[in-house]
Design a protein around this ligand. Sequence first.
Ligand code: ADE
Length: 238
Amino acid sequence: MIFRVLTIFPELFDAFWENSIIKRAIEGHHISAAAVDIRRYTSDKHRTTDDRPYGGGPGMVMKPEPLAKAIQAAKKITPFSRTVLMTPQGRRFNQSLAHELAREEGVIFVCGRYEGVDERIFNQYIDDEISIGDYVLTGGELPVMIIIDAVTRLLPGVLGGADSAEKDSFSEGLLEHAHYTRPRDFEGDRVPDVLLSGNHQAIEQWRTETALIRTFLKRPDLMEDRAFTAREINILRK
Ligand code: ADE
């Protein structure tokens, strides 16, 4: 999968590409990722990417020409990519949108800055707008890192355990079950006996039970639109 990030702060991504799972995914050729400076596509001496808004008002607007040129150049490398503008006005990012993006050949992310981008960029150049939540950040760079992180770990072969991503929170519409590791006794709080029993069926049942209870207590909204399986109903009945 190919990620191209169009930004006026490409250096913000240096540490991101060079650590942890993302670094491994690049080295293992699961993803190709690069941040491209939009200023490369300006033509004036000051390399201007923004200007005052027509009609007046506060803030600056990102100019359309450098953005269009940067997108065209990125499309040459990845013609079948989806071009996504990061903006608080976009569709809300969640795990199902992460799965949707993971099926693309590539994604070109455009990081908005200032008050917004010139409206005329939307017609021909932007396929999708994505927001990571109902709050306003100073730019789209952090949201892009969040999305690349969430998408990359879903790609086949990126995570160590074969099924680590399949058992994620949200993948079955529930939060994850409780986890324990050594020691058996931590400050008087003991690991539940069932996890030490070696009875895999009982362990699976206990995990589903804790996932249901946690979701109900912490995120009841997730329960609202979800149909329960017969197995879950039996566990809930107990
Ligand atoms: N740019 C500024 N705020 C944002 C948000 N919440 N999501 C995505 N991009 C943004």
